[in-house]
Design a protein around this ligand. Structure first.
Ligand code: HEC
Ligand code: HEC
Length: 251
């Protein structure tokens, strides 16, 4: 074999083959995102339930939702949040939103547990909801339906409705709180203020005032900010964290 033949076969050819295969497979190489699990979809659905426009970085309509109850005190974009009509405890008018400033008057979602997500998706696209594709795109709606079917918990098992007290073990919760939540929220829960200087709201405030919101946010994370989701932990662990958080300062 001549020297120049050798050069082409062993040097130029492999290089060229590598170069062209790189071009051919580049889209696959560049887009190597691991597949998302069903559990991730459900957690995402839970965040959308909380505040879809926060999660998706969209604007909610300024007008009050047409299905929002006439006796309700809310108005504007917040009336487009699922939780505003169906509640943090998923019981709507039969739960914590039976009275008070978030009075709902609308049925809850507990009957939908375990139902076919395709059927739930149809309800979400119905006239009573009026979400357009520009508000919540199809693939995100599918995740909401998965959350409704597979992601709800029976809050009454973990919160005593008469007293707002967690049905949990505060001493177990202390270890979990200090190792999972304190890095962001502080050991006293006061590192992040959710409200304003005049009427601050801390972990301890939400835990006492709205234990259902606390459980929902601990399971799914806070929309639009980097907060972890504890959906893979047993719910009793979250009830324990709630029990401990109820001992933290609330102002
Ligand atoms: C402005 C109030 C309002 C908002 C916001 C709202 N809903 Fe509804 N929802 C209703 C009303 C009213 C019904 C009952 C009427 C009906 O069955 O068509 C209903 C029914 C449902 C049902 C069926 C419950 C059952 O047992 O029949 C599901 C599931 C549901 N909503 C999910 C959601 C989800 C998820 C969101 C957020 C993307 C949402 N809803 C936002 C008012 C609202
Ligand atoms: C990586 C940081 C981080 C971790 C870890 C974290 N959070 Fe958060 N959390 C945040 C941020 C940021 C906010 C949003 C604050 C805001 O919107 O003003 C938030 C908001 C919340 C809220 C909502 C308050 C409200 O009214 O809007 C609750 C409740 C909450 N966190 C509970 C927890 C609990 C319980 C844990 C531990 C299981 C935890 N968080 C762990 C960063 C974190």
């Amino acid at each position: 074999m001549k020297l120049w033949e050798n050069f082409i076969i062993f040097k130029i050819l492999p290089g060229a083959l590598f170069f062209f295969s790189l071009i051919a497979y580049w889209p696959a190489i560049a887009d190597q995102q691991p597949a998302k699990t069903d559990v991730w979809d459900i957690a995402r659905g839970g965040q959308l339930y909380d505040k879809w426009y926060g999660v998706l970085g969209r604007k909610a309509p300024d007008q009050t939702h047409p299905s929002y109850t006439a006796e309700g005190k809310g108005k504007g974009s917040s009336t487009w949040r699922c939780k505003e009509c169906h509640g943090w405890d998923y019981r709507g008018a039969a739960g914590a939103y039976a009275k008070g400033s978030h009075y709902s008057g609308i049925k809850g979602l507990r009957d939908m547990v375990g139902k076919d997500p395709d059927e739930i998706h149809k309800i979400l696209m119905s006239d009573s909801h009026r979400y357009t594709d520009e508000m919540i795109p199809h693939d995100e709606m599918v995740k909401l339906a998965k959350f409704v079917s597979l992601g709800q918990v029976d809050m009454d098992l973990y919160v005593d409705r008469a007293t707002n007290k967690a049905r949990g073990d505060a001493s177990r919760g202390a270890s979990a709180y200090q190792t999972i939540c304190a890095v962001c929220h502080g050991f006293d829960g006061k590192a992040i203020n959710f409200h304003d200087e005049k009427e601050p709201e801390f972990i301890g405030t939400i835990a006492k005032k709205n234990p259902w919101e606390f459980i929902h946010k601990s399971r799914f994370g806070q929309p639009g900010v980097p907060m972890i989701s504890l959906i893979t932990l047993p719910i009793q662990d979250i009830a324990d964290i709630l029990a401990y958080s109820q001992t933290l300062p609330d102002k």
